[in-house]
Design a protein around this ligand. Structure first.
Ligand code: BZD
Length: 788
């Protein structure tokens, strides 16, 4: 510890010629980060040596949404409190690091899951390293202007990045048709908690192969050189901002192949150092988890690399099949990656050729297994001009898994049905989880202290199942303590929102919160409609005993997703109306916070009274925000979808607020016909609410050509050539949703009973630790070592 302060002092001196107390926040961040890196260097090296000697796993992901690293690293090292005190002595508030941007190298759940997994693997001593992309710009920053989302660039590296070491001498090259680029690794230490184990996240940055002496060039060569540099650097310049939507762009394909090829070359280099050119142990020593299909070009790439080492195609493919496992994160058709064959040929022809070989082998294998021709046709990896990446991933993997029980069942019964019939032994479920270090310990020290007191130790930090002990201590005193903590966290969030967004949130109101990416299937619009329903009932004096409620939204829309952007505008229009209506403003407030990200989430999930999880049943693969809210004691107001099902199972459905159509109901309606227009015509209350989209209640900038509410209205009531009306069943679910919301509001008034529900949620959240998930991967898929 003393050591860290000495190192900090030295870095401050040598880098900035300053005393610690003279550093700017950015300088302090860099110096302290480097001091921490110096402190852990020995353990990191020792962990690498240990992992080199054993079977190890790799997590390949195009996204790692790490968030802010400083607090987390100090916390996992167990020195956050001490450093806070030591800095305080120098007159420095540890909160200065809130000025430092998050590392937002991911879109949402999938990227954050990857970050939680790394944290859990390090803590549980699972030899798991991550491989991904070091984007120059992470997920865009969001401003709200006149109710509309506006995007700005996320230049996160402008603060310098003390957590990554550039490893120049382990750079490799990656070739595309007509272009070869250099891949330079940046290594980030992933620090375990209560262990000396440290894992590695290796992120690749694309650069030009040649360093140029620009002055030596004549004009043309200079221009060519600059062009080459730009073309190379463009590959890792920016994270694609779509979640749950496939976008068939050349640059995206390049990103994927770039990091896959670099990572595999890296693994093979390490392997060769140990075994020379004998690759027969490759799959015994290495296992690779594919985080969705984004890294699936690894499969043909490994085959290619092995063929370069002298293997024939069949043997190379067998090794590949033993090496890879695939996690699916979505059932949405528009999110499944389907690359045009001609585009692949244009960019990575050799890889496309190998995919053709794999596709043929697959069809031969199916024939040999006696699979019916019609079924075989549905399983084509290449179908016409389309390469189906999920099929390639499923065929080339040892294990395939979904991310919640319901989701895995849907994969087996629907999305990957034919594959499940032919290869049932490949399918597993691995319900997602979240790390309790960040999502309880770090973000909620007050609740952590109460839990530690009640369960008798801080063992929950590395074994969340001990929370179940809480079930025996839910008495009046504990409930009161919990309620007081919640109150404090609500005040803190109110202060933070005031600082960030300028809103005055009433900390004595119920906080009903929906934070997640904006997507039609997640149904933020349903939440908006329920608020309008309640607003009208309050105005009409039809709703008695309503406890004042603040509805808080946070969501980024993909920049090209017009409907999602219209929904943001609609929510902001509602906010303007209800927050300024003297009849309702003390009962109902609506706020759309801007630039929702990991760090904001850490302040939000701890302060929620209700967790909104409203996706159409069957469409949210798992959700992980739902788990963060549960762990911090907010009951779920949600559908029986994704991991909500397991949350309700663990805590008891009577301790959640579950509403709406179930998967079977949705399926029945799809089969027998669903007529939202008839429901709307028959229910004046629904009609009134839905029509606020078109009746002039709100301004969607129509006159300026931005009018988009009419399109939303149409999407709910009119079949179009490409989509049925109300594809996500909002109108069907609205009445039950409103009833359930009002029931939650009524029950909240009984502070003791409601507090009990909250505590029961906490006590039964043990399952949702990513430690549990990662240990299941280690034991059931990877067969690596782990902490005993
Ligand atoms: O993955 C999400 C799912 O929607 C959640 O239900 C699930 O909990 C998490 C983790 O398993 N999927 C994503 O977040 N997907 C993306 O962000 C994404 C990004 C790029 C391309 C396609 C999807």
């Amino acid at each position: 510890m003393g050591n860290i302060m000495e190192k900090l002092e030295l870095t401050a001196q040598s880098m900035y010629c300053k005393k610690i107390e003279e550093l700017t926040p950015a300088e302090l961040h860099y110096s302290l980060g480097k001091a921490v890196m110096g402190e852990i260097a020995g353990n990191w090296e020792a962990s690498k040596i240990k992992h080199d000697s054993e079977r190890r796993a790799y997590y390949f992901s195009a996204e790692f949404l790490m968030g802010r690293m400083m607090y987390n690293n100090l916390y996992c090292l167990g020195i956050l409190e001490d450093v806070t005190k030591l800095l305080k002595k120098k007159g420095i508030d540890i909160n200065v690091f809130e000025d430092i941007d998050d590392a937002a190298l991911g879109n949402g759940g999938l990227g954050r899951l990857a970050a939680c997994f790394l944290d859990s693997a390090a803590t549980q001593e699972v030899p798991l390293d991550g491989y991904g992309i070091r984007y120059k710009y992470g997920l865009f920053k969001q401003l709200i202007e006149n109710g509309y989302q506006v995007e700005t660039a996320d230049n996160w590296q402008r603060f310098e990045d003390p957590w990554c070491n550039r490893v120049e001498d382990e750079a490799v090259t990656v070739s595309f048709k007509g272009q070869t680029v250099k891949a330079v690794p940046y290594d980030m230490a992933v620090i375990g908690c209560k262990t000396t184990n440290i894992n590695t996240l290796r992120l690749w940055q694309a650069e030009a192969v040649n360093d140029f002496d620009f002055t030596a060039f004549n004009n043309t060569e200079y221009n060519n050189a600059v062009q080459e540099k730009n073309d190379a650097e463009n590959i890792t310049k920016v994270l694609y901002p779509n979640d749950n939507k496939y976008e068939g762009k050349v640059l995206r394909l390049k990103q994927q192949y770039f990091f896959c090829s670099a990572s595999l070359q890296d693994i093979m280099r390490r392997y060769k150092k140990k075994h020379g050119n004998d690759f027969s142990f490759f799959a015994k020593e290495n296992t690779i988890q594919l985080n969705d299909t984004h890294p699936v070009s690894c499969v043909p790439e490994l085959v290619r690399l092995l063929m370069n080492e002298g293997f024939n195609f069949d043997d190379a493919f067998e090794i590949a099949r033993k090496t890879f496992n695939y996690t699916n994160h979505t059932v949405l058709g528009e999110a499944l990656e389907k690359w045009p064959a001609d585009l692949m040929t244009q960019v990575i022809p050799e890889i496309y050729h190998i995919i053709c070989l794999i596709a043929n082998k697959c069809q031969e294998e199916l024939t040999a297994k006696g699979v019916h021709e019609d079924t075989k046709a549905k399983m084509r990896i290449i179908d016409g001009n389309v390469v189906h990446m999920a099929r390639l991933a499923t065929y080339a993997s040892t294990y395939v898994n979904g991310v919640a029980e319901l989701h895995t069942e849907i994969l087996k019964a629907d999305v990957l049905k034919e594959w499940y019939q032919v290869y049932p032994e490949r399918f597993q479920n691995k319900t997602n989880g979240i790390t309790q270090r960040r999502w309880l310990g770090l973000c909620n020290p007050e609740l952590s202290a109460l839990i530690t007191e009640k369960v008798g130790s801080d063992a929950w930090l590395t074994d969340l199942s001990v929370l179940e002990k809480l079930n025996d201590c839910i008495d009046t005193r504990t409930i009161t303590k919990f309620n007081n903590i919640k109150k404090k966290k609500k005040q803190q969030l109110a202060d933070y929102i005031k600082k960030m967004d300028g809103y005055d949130v009433n900390p004595d109101s119920i906080y009903d919160i929906q934070v997640k990416r904006l997507h039609e299937y997640k149904r933020q619009l349903l939440n908006a409609f329920s608020i309008m329903t309640i607003y009208f009932r309050l105005k009409d004096k039809k709703l008695k005993n309503w406890t004042p409620t603040t509805f808080i939204f946070g969501a980024k829309a993909a920049p090209g997703y017009a409907r999602a952007k219209a929904i943001i505008k609609y929510i902001n229009e509602i906010a303007k109306l209800v927050n300024n209506d003297p009849e309702t403003k003390d009962l109902l407030q609506v706020y759309f916070i801007s630039n929702y990200n990991v760090s904001y989430a850490e302040k939000i999930v701890v302060a929620a009274d209700l967790s909104e999880q409203t996706s159409t049943a069957g469409l949210e693969a798992s959700g992980t925000g739902n788990m963060k809210f549960m762990l911090n004691g907010a009951p779920t107001l949600g559908t029986l979808d994704g991991a909500n099902v397991e949350i309700a199972e663990c805590a008891g459905i009577e301790n959640e607020y579950i509403f709406g159509a179930k998967v079977e109901d949705i399926e029945r309606m799809k089969k027998e016909g669903y007529h939202p227009k008839a429901l709307y015509d028959a229910n004046p209350e629904i009609k009134r609410v839905v029509d606020t989209l078109i009746d002039g209640t709100f301004d969607d900038g129509g006159a300026q050509g931005e009018g988009s509410f009419k399109e939303l209205h149409d999407s709910l009531l009119k079949d179009s050539s490409w989509q049925k009306a109300d594809n996500y069943f909002l109108i069907y679910d609205l009445p039950d949703y409103v009833d359930t919301k009002i029931r939650a509001n009524t029950e909240y008034a009984n502070r003791k009973e409601f507090g009990k529900k909250c505590l029961i949620n906490i006590a039964n959240a043990g399952k949702f630790s990513s430690d549990r998930t990662i240990l299941q991967y280690a034991k059931e898929i990877w067969h690596t070592s782990y902490k005993k």
